[in-house]
Design a protein. Structure first.
Length: 538
């Protein structure tokens, strides 16, 4: 990310990273499975034939208890006949019209599909049994302005298993923190276009990862679902244990906002970023953005059974480019004078976290699949930030509007490097290097290899390029030396043209700023079709 910021230091005013949209789900783990719910009903003395009557009575009590505080506060309770209505826009209009600064705004009632249960007969056993089913029931959307989270909503399912869904926004949350700290800002919906103290703002956003979730979410449950305190189960030893909500994060959006000095400074650059992203990155590049390993030729391994897609969509705000791997997405889009890179995780199990196995505290920690549990929320933030940084780093090469013929004019001409100094004070004979043929097959393959994203951070070595430039691995030592010498000559050629430089005291090479610009432009031109080039030239 440093390379991108250095390349555009004249127009970039700051960077802010943190949660955007955050969706949390609360589940009563005893009610999630039919066996657990049967156990609860048995302890309550409720027969299966009475499950329907019991559920309706309990649902009516839950609805009444949830709506009473809202009605007493004089807030609106509105029934929406369609579940696809824009609930958030309606709630914001009510909050603005009634000038609500804190507390409940309204409750929107609607019937939606949910995961629930029903009692049905089994023809084989000739008995009735409890089965999970997809059905519809009433959902209550509580919109409120929370003293910590700001504008948010909680959805309550009013039928077994009584799931809760909390939806909040990290930028909304940050605005409350900035107000408390007395720091000025300019905000457009969920995006900050200007911050008076960016260092403090980033520190406040980092503090969101250390939130006492159980306490704050427990307060929400008690205020919106007061009947939940009656869900007890009696254990064989006679003790009663409360059936508490277990919280997970089925969806997290982690955004890195690069703020520019003006919209005019961002627009021309963003057009090139989108074109570069769709014409340059292949499936292997997208996998690397998500931290996945690929083969030496840049293609996914044969055992990869997932789905990789990239697409561009034109929205009212502008153009959005999105990369997907197994449901997880990495987006880039512009919002005013802000360039946003955003990672959304739906399938966290594609990533790893260093932890102990659940239920075995004595076992040594090891790398295990990332869970949806809030216990792994910090790790989700880490892998999301890493994905954003990899994409930003890959976009660092797009930074100039210089005509291509002027940018690469020197590459298509022979160059001469001065000789090396000798111990006696003289220099060796100057060395002449041939011109590059950027659109030729051999040189295009070389330029594509040295510009691969995995070399952006730590550079490349001779042995890193060999499997990329030679289709067959050497069978004997003599062949290996021949390939190594050939790659050394190619590296010397690139150094002579100023495309790469050697890292002191190492055997690694990194792209120069000129090399990043020139190679990216040449690869994009090589991948573009004649119609695209004609339109650009016009």
């Amino acid at each position: 990310m440093k390379l991108f910021l250095q390349s555009h230091a004249e127009v970039v005013t700051g960077v802010l990273s943190g949660f955007d949209r955050l969706v949390l789900r609360g589940s009563l783990r005893l009610f999630v499975y039919a066996k657990g719910l049967l156990k609860y009903l048995c302890h309550r003395g409720i027969k299966l034939k009475d499950f329907g009557v019991h559920s309706r009575e309990l649902s009516d009590r839950i609805i009444a208890a949830s709506l009473t505080p809202v009605e007493q506060a004089g807030r609106a309770v509105i029934y929406l006949p369609g579940s696809q209505d824009r609930k958030e826009d309606l709630a914001r209009e009510i909050a603005q019209g009634d000038r609500i600064e804190e507390g409940p705004i309204c409750v929107l009632k609607t019937v939606e599909l949910c995961r629930s249960y029903e009692v049905s007969g089994n023809r084989q056993s000739r008995q009735i049994e409890l089965r999970p089913r997809q059905r519809k029931c009433l959902h209550l959307y509580h919109y409120l302005i929370h003293p910590v989270f700001g504008f948010m909503h909680v959805r309550l399912q009013t039928w077994y298993p009584f799931d809760l869904q909390v939806c909040l926004n990290g930028r909304e949350w940050l605005s409350r923190q900035l107000d408390a700290a007395g720091i000025g800002y300019v905000r457009e919906r969920n995006c900050f276009t200007q911050l008076d103290n960016l260092v403090v703002a980033q520190r406040l956003m980092d503090q969101q990862l250390h939130t006492p979730w159980q306490r704050l979410l427990g307060q929400l449950v008690r205020s919106i679902h007061p009947v939940s305190k009656e869900f007890f189960i009696r254990w064989p030893d006679g003790t009663r244990k409360l059936v508490e909500y277990y919280w997970t994060a089925p969806q997290t959006e982690w955004a890195t906002d690069v703020m520019f000095s003006s919209r005019d400074a961002l627009v021309p650059l963003y057009e090139r970023l989108v074109r570069h992203g769709m014409t340059t990155y292949g499936p292997g590049d997208v996998l690397r953005f998500f931290g996945r390993r690929v083969k030496s030729d840049g293609q996914p391994w044969s055992n990869f059974a997932g789905e990789i897609t990239s697409d561009v969509k034109t929205r009212a705000e502008g153009v959005r480019i999105k990369h997907r791997v197994n449901g997880n997405t990495l987006k880039m889009y512009d919002k005013g004078n802000v360039l946003r890179f955003e990672t959304t995780l739906y399938q966290p199990r594609d990533f790893r976290v260093f932890r102990r196995p659940e239920g075995n505290s004595d076992a040594p920690p090891r790398w295990m699949p990332l869970r949806q549990s809030l216990a792994d929320l910090k790790r989700r933030a880490q892998v999301s930030q890493a994905a954003n940084q990899r994409l930003i780093e890959a976009q660092a090469a797009v930074q100039t509007r210089q005509p291509l013929k002027e940018l690469v004019a020197t590459l298509c001409q022979p160059v001469q490097r001065p000789g090396r100094p000798k111990p006696d004070g003289t220099r060796s004979r100057p060395r002449r290097f041939r011109a590059l043929h950027p659109l030729g097959e051999e040189d295009a393959q070389l330029l594509s290899a040295v510009s691969r994203p995995e070399f952006a951070q730590n550079g490349l070595r001779n042995r890193d390029l060999r499997p990329l430039l030679f289709s067959q691995a050497p069978r004997e030592e003599r062949e290996q030396k021949r390939q190594s010498a050939a790659v050394s000559r190619k590296l010397a050629l690139l150094r002579a043209h100023g495309l790469i430089r050697k890292v002191p005291h190492t055997h690694r090479y990194v792209l120069t700023e000129f090399g990043r610009q020139a190679i990216t432009a040449l690869l994009a031109a090589g991948n573009a079709n004649t119609l695209e080039l004609t339109i650009i030239a016009a």
